[in-house]
Design a protein around this ligand. Structure first.
Ligand code: C2E
Ligand code: MG
Ligand code: MG
Ligand code: MG
Length: 282
């Protein structure tokens, strides 16, 4: 049980009520300094492999340690960064941090793979693709240790373009995951067309899968469909044990959520991995 040892170290602030225009403009102005000053931090949330009961993978979730406002949640500043043309720099900062931490965990003898979230705007960006290629060539880990999570909306604006762009990322050796699956408008044909390795079922379906018949049908059939297409399935937002047991019973591959662990700082994640290794050896 990792939940007890992994309390959330972040007191996150943010939300639509705080998102007025003057606030947005000042945050946008501060964002460049934030990247330069190292205020952009990364929290890691484990993905639990249900076949082995081990943490084999983590998702990188960006946090901004703002000098006066405290920790800011991504929902508050990612949209501002996207609109203000700062998302490339921000995502690169997250990618570089993640690669460095993956390298450190591998060096410590507790290797895990890591996922970085990609804004829709970056999926088709040639500039970003070039920067990613550079970082991956320099990295001390195999490209297959890295996954990019993209949402359906990223793929939906231009499905053919998205398929080509994601294929180019995949040609670098990184894995592609479809995030928040079920909340967008993607059709079965897009699912077949896109070069994917993983599907993450959105929390809104997962949460009640073990108590609501409709949600159960959706989650179970999505797991089966994904498996038929050769994709791994991750259930996000798992908050209680009966939910996890249900996911196990239907053959879901991985689970992520507060039950397993909240997003934690890199050093806390290293501790989780060390404890897990010690338990396996005992
Ligand atoms: P996401 O990629 O779907 O990440 C999952 C979000 O759900 C995270 O919120 C996580 O803390 C939260 N979560 C995880 N498990 C549970 C659970 O059991 N219950 C509940 N209620 N929530 C859970 P967070 O960290 O605030 O991130 C929100 C969104 O911001 C992410 O959704 C992702 O779309 C975006 N994001 C985060 N980091 C980045 C980044 O580096 N770049 C981009 N473009 N987007 C990012
Ligand atoms: Mg994600
Ligand atoms: Mg998600
Ligand atoms: Mg989600």
């Amino acid at each position: 049980d990792y939940a007890a040892s992994a309390g959330d170290a972040w007191q996150l602030h943010g939300g639509s009520d705080e998102g007025d225009l003057s606030n947005e403009l000042s945050l946008l102005g501060e964002l460049d300094d934030a990247v330069a000053n190292g205020e952009i931090e990364v929290a890691y949330q484990p993905k639990l492999d249900l076949a082995t009961d081990r943490i084999t993978s983590v998702e990188a979730l960006v946090r901004w340690r703002h000098p006066t406002r405290g920790y800011l949640r991504p929902d508050l500043f990612i949209p501002i960064a996207e609109k203000g043309g700062r998302i490339t720099g921000l995502t690169l900062a997250v990618l570089e941090r993640t690669i460095a931490d993956l390298e450190a965990w591998a060096a410590a003898g507790t290797p895990v793979t890591g996922a970085v979230n990609l804004s829709a705007k970056l999926v088709a960006s040639r500039e970003f693709m070039g920067l990613v290629r550079e970082r991956i060539e320099r990295a001390g880990i195999a490209p297959s240790m890295l996954t990019f999570e993209v949402t359906e909306s990223a793929a939906m604006t231009d499905p053919a373009g998205a398929a080509a762009a994601l294929g180019a990322f995949r040609a670098l050796g990184v894995r592609i995951s479809m995030d928040d699956y079920g909340t967008g408008q993607s059709t079965l044909s897009y699912l077949k067309q896109l070069p994917l390795d993983e599907l993450k079922i959105d929390r809104s379906f997962v949460q009640f899968a073990h108590t609501n018949r409709g949600d159960a049908v959706l989650v179970r059939s999505t797991v089966d469909l994904a498996h038929e297409l050769g994709l791994k399935v991750v259930a996000e937002g798992v908050e209680d044990a009966p939910c996890l047991a249900y996911l196990r019973s239907i053959g879901c591959d991985m689970a992520q959520g507060y039950l397993i662990s909240r997003p934690v700082p890199a050093n806390a994640l290293a501790e989780l991995l060390a404890i897990q290794d010690a338990q396996a050896a005992a």
